[in-house]
Design a protein. Sequence first.
Length: 359
Amino acid sequence: MLVKHNKNSKGFIQIPILIAIIISVLIVGTGGYFGVKQYQSYQAKEIEKEKVAIEQKQKEDEETKAQEDAKAVEVENLRREVEELKKSQAKIENTKPPVTPEIKKTFSTAQIVSQNKKFIVNIICQTGDGSVYGSGVIIGRSQNDLIILTNYHVTKYAKTPPAGVPPCIVVGSGAGLGESNEFYYGQPIYYPNVASQDTMSLIDFSFIEIKDPIPSETMYYDETTGKYTTQKSTPETTLLSTYIFPKICSQNLLKLGEEIIILGYPTIGGDSILPGVPNTRLIATEGIISNTVSSFDNYFVSSAKIEQGNSGGGAFLKSVNCLAGMPTYVRVGAIESLGRLINLPKLKETYLSKIFYNL
């Protein structure tokens, strides 16, 4: 028997509904497909980024290791060079002769006199009521003129004789020693832009410029007449060509107990060099620096004998052979006397270095 089914009967899905379901399934399936594809693409990109980061880090690590290896090689090479240098230095040290301790050199009195007598001159300055006798040191050149350093009390009262003749006579250090004497006119000179006369008087230093040489007279015996005659000779001018001067000591060398040699022309010694002039000859006396001396002191004291005429001479340090001081006055005590000397390193620093190019 044929059975007819009603399309509206239960148990059967209506065609439109079925079609809608199929379409929905297809849409959902398609969306899911595309979502999966997007997720897979994202994962691939992230994996690629991670891979690139890993490769970059590996590259950086390799570069860092290469740099560290290079530094290690450089350090090792330097270490080897240092070791080689140490070995070489050790070989040199082993071949060096033994070091002997440095011995402080001290000059003898004879050496001091021999090397410095050419710097010491005898000075006679005419005053209104007589003459003043002293010594001087050839200290340097100023505007190419040869200058003598002496005491202010030696030149203080010097008067200019008639016709403009300079008031002082400077006698070369060979006087009275059997050597050729040299005589020059000397003119006191001042440097007011460096030191006033009040300052020079207070400290007791002065300058004399060497002027024209003075012809000397030689006495001859005439056998035919039995008489002595005098004749002027051509003056010696060796002193005018002087361009070497004594070295002034450093301040730190002036120490208590250091030996000094004083050179000058005290009026109590030697043979006469000019008529009417007291006997003079270059005299050396010895002593020590008797007090501590600082860079603030204008003077220091010495046990070396100083007499009239020594004023303006030179005191030389025996250990170094440099010019340490210049005699000025003698201080007389109850029993003994001590010589007072100008501190020449201090004088050089304050005044002399501003005048003389050789200092």
